[in-house]
Design a protein around this ligand. Sequence first.
Ligand code: ACO
Length: 382
Amino acid sequence: MSDELKRGLEGVLVAESDLSYVDGEVGKLVYRGYDIEDLARGASYEEVLYLLWRGSLPTREELDAFTADLAAERAVDDDALDAVRTLADAGERPMAALRTAVSMLSAYEPESDADPEDLDATLRQGRRITAKIPTLLAAFERARQGEDPVAPDPDLSHAANFLYMLTGTEPDDVSAETFDMALTLHADHGLNASTFTAIVIGSTMADVYSGVTGGIGALSGPLHGGANQDVMEVLQEVDASDKDPVQWVKDAREEGRRIPGFGHRVYKVKDPRAKILEEKLRDLSESSGDTKWLDYTTAIEEYLTEQGLLDKGIAPNVDFYSGSVYDSLGIPVDMYTPIFAMSRAGGWIAHMVEYQEDNRLIRPRARYTGPKASEFVPVDER
Ligand code: ACO
């Protein structure tokens, strides 16, 4: 047994996986061998889910059946929708509301008594969770706006239906395609912190609701999924001040602050997902004529490149551009991280099932640095 301590488990191999491969040195991401760029441009989120959960890309017929099965699970029990409304009225933060709501969904799971080793049942449960997360999130956002939930439309894609339930209006093709692309880009990413959380939970043979709930908790932190919201808040802060974006970054660096949307544990070059989203942002900004966020992000990236940050391996990550893209779709800032969860749930479920196929309880050790023999004194004598 090695006593070498690896803080943050950096570089430690804990599992084998066929799902996604990240080459942080060259900036490459593949899902089951398919380049993320090809999938983002050519496949729908439903196809990507099929690929992750079933192991190969679907034929047209397989995809149609899979899409219909997923869409059929979108409706959420009225009691769960009431709970979402209660959370919104209490001013709960969206990621915390989602965590509570997903956990509550298990009360309505028709296969809750399934054998934990029946991984087909786990996948069906995962499909229900994945289908219902957009419904929960849209209902939460509408409740905050004092609006009733919009019932899901089974004829719309996963991406288009979410935007429809959020706004009450069917999105145009560009918005639906852009959002679908963002979902594909966020669906899986190796053993990141939230996916690892999900497989740790799954390794106890706990149910998939527990794994997804835990994944949401891990993703909510500012060092992980919370960064996309932080990036947009910085852009908005710059916009509201009389500083230009470069001055804001200079000041932040002088104060020793980290720049959200930069740096990654694995990527030492620009994140390939950031490249695709940057291009999308460019298209959207040019077609709308509003290039403000594009100008700010470009100025920040250029300045940090000049300062040698990219040479040190601290490059833009997926969160640097996703917020600006969501803003162009009219999505509120504090819904960005929940949207990340909406997509990544597919990856969490795939990893849990893959890990459970050859399960071994995950149980590492900590090096004990506390006292070895403290003398116990009863409470009234201390
Ligand atoms: N801005 C400025 N400096 C940075 C940044 C940043 N965003 N990120 C890392 N650094 C610096 C650190 O200060 C450190 O410098 P030092 O060696 O002089 O002290 C060096 O880079 C290494 O940083 P670590 O914290 O050791 O890198 P780690 O791999 O642990 O961190 C992390 C990765 C947490 C993502 C970090 O880059 C960060 O905090 N980024 C900002 C938050 C962010 O964008 N998170 C989203 C990540 S992507 C995702 O989860 C989808």
